[in-house]
Design a protein around this ligand. Structure first.
Ligand code: TXA
Ligand code: MG
Length: 308
């Protein structure tokens, strides 16, 4: 009850400077966009991104949208075909997110894309989010700034009520304009309806409706990033043919966090799975992870990876 409330700063130079300092130090900040308030972190910093999931209490690692300043910044991270470039030129900056092939050289933390080889990108129009991207010089991963399963926040007070002390700073710039999350398009499929309507998209391209279910439904996402090898959970020691991913007191060939820090473990999870998969061992084992906080999401992903 008496947890320290977050600071709420009105939009302005002081708020942006303070927010940029927090993001630069690997922290998270709530910031308005033209759609909803987002919970932002440097998308290149896995530890910072892990804090987003921890603060939201997300039971699984949905891939996040990354916010960049312009089309050129997007092209440095992903490849845009002619369709994508046409939509970007028409609707950016604005409430349209494009799911695009991720460039292998892009320095985006694997946790942002949940290990997928595509990335959701958008160029926001809101002055606060744009100022924060400029001040940090970073691509900013940002889901809606509400606790998991909560309602998307359209005012700073909504964020404070939903996340409380789990976010240190909220930039307040009043109610958001759209109040509804961005439209998501992958190729010629609209994965999520939003402020850029099917009619608006249809003037540019023949777009068909779809859903994000294939990336968020249980068991489905696993097929994209699951290791190619059998994976054993709750292992306290490795068998002869296993690569052991340790945690806390369980030391292995690798560790998610030798201190037993769940946020650090979340940050390292997908990289650790990739390393295990490319190791010479025939099978993978993973130490027990506590079912607390962001540990719930880690275990969700590990179970999916085990039951492929
Ligand atoms: O308006 C918005 O888009 C807000 C503001 C803060 O920008 N952000 C937002 O993020 O709604 P989030 O994390 O709540 O929604 C991300 C959505 C999820 O439904 C996820 O499945 C989809 O984007 N997504 C992310 N990466 C994807 C990918 N590689 N392929 C398909 N869908 C993806
Ligand atoms: Mg959301």
């Amino acid at each position: 009850m008496a947890a320290q409330p977050p600071l709420i700063y009105p939009f302005g130079d002081a708020a942006i400077a303070e927010a940029a300092a927090i993001i630069g130090a690997g922290g998270i900040v709530a910031v308005p966009t033209e759609t909803v308030y987002g919970l932002a972190a440097d998308a290149r910093n896995a530890q910072a991104v892990a804090q987003i999931y921890a603060a939201k209490g997300r039971p699984s690692f949905n891939p996040l949208i990354v916010h960049v300043t312009d089309l050129a910044a997007a092209e440095a991270i992903a490849t845009l075909n002619d369709d994508a470039r046409m939509l970007a030129e028409r609707f950016w900056p604005g409430p349209l997110t494009l799911v695009l092939p991720l460039r292998t050289e892009a320095e985006i933390a694997a946790l942002v894309t949940a290990g997928l080889d595509t990335i959701a990108l958008r160029v926001p129009a809101h002055r606060a989010m744009r100022a924060l991207i400029a001040a940090t010089g970073a691509p900013l991963a940002a889901p809606s700034a509400n606790a998991s399963n909560g309602i998307s926040p359209t005012r700073a007070e909504h964020v404070a009520k939903s996340l409380g002390a789990r976010v240190p700073l909220i930039i307040d710039d009043g109610a958001t304009e759209a109040g509804l999350e961005s439209t998501i398009v992958a190729g010629r499929t609209m994965l999520r309806p939003g402020p850029v309507t099917a009619e608006m998209l249809g003037e540019m391209l023949p777009i068909v409706p779809g859903t994000t279910a294939h990336v968020s439904a249980p068991g489905q996402l696993a097929t994209h990033y699951a290791p190619s090898k059998p994976l054993r959970l709750n292992a306290t020691r490795a068998e002869a043919d296993e690569w052991l991913i340790g945690f806390g007191a369980v030391t292995g060939d690798d560790t998610l966090s030798s201190d037993g820090d769940l946020v650090e473990a979340a940050a390292r999870l997908f990289d650790a799975l990739h390393r295990a998969d490319t190791s010479l061992a025939a099978r993978i084992a993973v130490a027990p992870i506590s079912e607390m906080g962001v540990g719930v999401a880690i275990n969700d992903r590990l179970r999916r990876a085990a039951h492929r």
